[in-house]
Design a protein around this ligand. Sequence first.
Ligand code: ALA
Length: 414
Amino acid sequence: MPEHARHSPPAFDVEQIRQDFPILHQQVNGHPLVYLDNAATTQKPEAVIQAIVDYYRQDNSNVHRGAHALAERATEKFEAARGKVAGLINAPDNRQIIWTRGTTEGINLVAASWGRSQLQAGDRILVSAMEHHSNIVPWQMIASEMGATVEAIPVDASGTLNMAALAEMLDERVRMVACGHVSNALGSINPVADIVRMAHAVGALCLIDGAQAISHWPVDVQALDCDFYVFSAHKLFGPTGLGVLYGKAELLESMPPYQGGGEMIESVSFAGTTYNQLPYKFEAGTPDIAGVIGLGAAVDYLQRIDRVAAAAHEQALLAYAEARAKATPGMRLVGTAAHKTAVMSFLLEGAHPHDVGMLLDQQGVAVRTGNHCAQPIMDQFGIPGTVRASFSIYNTFAEVDRLFEALAKVREFL
Ligand code: ALA
């Protein structure tokens, strides 16, 4: 491999970034850990871990309820994090940031609340053929309840969405186009601004699943003009069990609550209940306060680093890894779209992905194997799954080399 192929942008000091992530500095099965499972979850910088510890050590209290100093501090940090997330995605108003348990719950919330109140028999919902199950199944559930249909926008052999087919599928019966910003299984980046524009032209709404995009580059929901944007904290260097639903204010205002309970009400009586304002109307029960504060710290962390340089670094890692893959006999890339994030899905001739994953783990290299919760696209490709190496801001060229050294041993073994 030519030396120039393994260069990050000069502004990006990956070794410095690695110092922020304590988990990376450990041995696994007798080898230094090479963590290449970032599409499943990213690791957490010390600042995020510390923010969560500080909350439990100093501020632990419920939010919006207590008449005491701890409750006030917790509420302040909790709501400040909402503002940080709004800033991160350029949401016009903090009220448009709804805390959920994750991307999956965000989609379920929209499908159940908007879908149950708006869909009618004969309506159509379009999703891409490369969606994660979480952006297929909630739509199938509400469609079967309401007599609507869910149809797949075709994807070609490279993992590129067929935009001409989408244009042909769109008509006035389409009420929702739900599409991933980035495919978790293939890394393909979808042209979501175009998809939103096309959906709106026929009067449909557009929900973007940003789970795999949000950590890779700055997202601007106003520029995209999407109606809903969902993502998970844990794929953005934050904690698990927390997600974000952004929605246009007029839509969120018009949608009925998703769950009933404390916090989401204005007043309750047996004669009838009235609901709280946004965002609380959708936040029944005590929220994941520590998680929200941790996510706030993750956003602060991201704002401190050069995200453009970080994205260029990830792209350089992908280009280097894919060039090495193409030069490796018996290795086949799955997902070769022109625009991709740093996800390399692949197969080794004659080897089951699970065996490859297990043998890589024995050499300290962490990847994901299987269908990546995207069974329809794997079925289309006629494969049971892939091995997926997914890169983040803290991965290095030396780690890509370690992956290929480990793969060479896997081939010898198998
Ligand atoms: N959706 C996550 C992944 O792609 C868990 O691995």
